[in-house]
Design a protein around this ligand. Structure first.
Ligand SMILES: [Zn+2]
Length: 327
């Protein structure tokens, strides 16, 4: 089995070299959208495989590999954000990994293994552990049972408890070089790799997601609205954009504000290069203090991406404030 993405080849080889004596607590850290989760999964499979290849990678054919690939390996646990059902039956993603989930993982590692090999607990995203969950996990990280491997994945390792960080062997995954990422995207059939990479801050998987989905059309719609603050009608747009997912909205509007700030402060566009001509005069016109206030508010919103009760009204309020940036 190869590295999940070509730019992960070096960290993958480093992991494989430790297959016989793996770190009992590994922290895979780095920006989002570079494939850390996928790397963690192939590493977990490599550890559980019962007929690993000469380089230590999983064979993809043994019983253990089969169970892993179908999501049922008895010596593997994935601790991640769960879907929750709200009062009105709507589903949303939890914003934290809860203490019950951590306790379940702790109980799991106290049992004897089903198979003779390793037992793997993957915590992803580890920075979403709430304090109680982190503390529960910390106890087993201090003295992991024999043959137990914890793999923690994090975009924001600074948000982990320092005591958890200090227990882990850290492997940093960086952004791939731009030309390599662009080449890969082109190989995946993405047309405008360079623009999309800029849009996603250099992270190839985000760029691919943009290319795949209807998000790109939604983005264009939103940006065309934001491009004309003098003509923008908050009520109409609030109604229209309430259908855009909170993640997409946050991503698009946050980067737009980032570009306005970049124009203001550095004279150049960072993300939305296809809108450079619009952004340049807008950024110069914007009031810096109001723009910073709006960007700060948006950053806070991004930490809790949930469906508010009245989405249209929330967007409307945002748009009113956005319009004032250019008064
Ligand atoms: Zn195997």
């Amino acid at each position: 089995m190869n590295a999940p993405y070509p730019w992960l080849d070096a960290p993958w080889q480093r992991l494989l070299a430790t297959r016989a004596r793996p770190a009992q607590a590994l922290l895979l850290a780095g920006p989002r959208g570079v494939g850390k989760s996928e790397l963690a999964m192939v590493w977990a499979q490599a550890l559980l495989c019962e007929a690993p290849l000469a380089d230590g990678a999983a064979c993809g054919q043994c019983a253990a590999c089969h169970w892993f690939e179908t999501g049922g390996h008895p010596d593997f646990r994935l601790v991640t954000l769960q879907e929750k059902t709200g009062k009105e039956g709507e589903t949303r993603m939890a914003t934290a990994i809860e203490v019950d989930q951590a306790r379940e993982a702790v109980d799991f590692v106290q049992l004897s293994t089903y198979r003779a090999g390793f037992r793997v607990v993957l915590v992803d995203p580890a920075d979403s552990l709430n304090l109680a969950a982190a503390n529960a996990l910390l106890k087993v990280l201090e003295e992991p049972p024999l043959n137990t491997v914890f793999v923690l994945v994090s975009d924001q390792p600074r948000r982990l408890l320092p005591t958890i960080r200090s227990r882990c062997t850290r492997l940093d995954i960086g952004l791939p070089p731009a030309d390599r990422a662009a080449q890969w995207l082109t190989e995946q059939g993405v047309d405008d790799a360079v623009t999309l990479l800029a849009l996603s801050g250099g992270t190839p998987l985000d760029a691919q997601r943009w290319a795949d989905g209807s998000e790109l059309d939604e983005r264009r719609g939103v940006l065309e609205g934001l491009a004309r603050p003098d003509r923008l009608d908050p009520v109409t747009l609030g109604e229209r954009w309430k259908a855009v997912s909170p993640q997409t909205w946050h991503n698009v509007s946050y980067k737009w504000l980032g570009d306005l700030l970049a124009v203001k402060l550095q004279g150049s566009v960072q993300f939305n290069r296809d809108f450079s001509e619009v952004l340049a005069p807008l950024g110069r016109k914007a009031d810096l203090a109001k723009l910073l206030a709006l960007a700060r508010m948006q950053a806070n919103d991004g930490r809790t991406l949930t469906h508010p009760l009245n989405r249209a009204l929330q967007l409307e309020a945002w748009l009113v404030q956005y319009r004032h940036v250019f008064d």
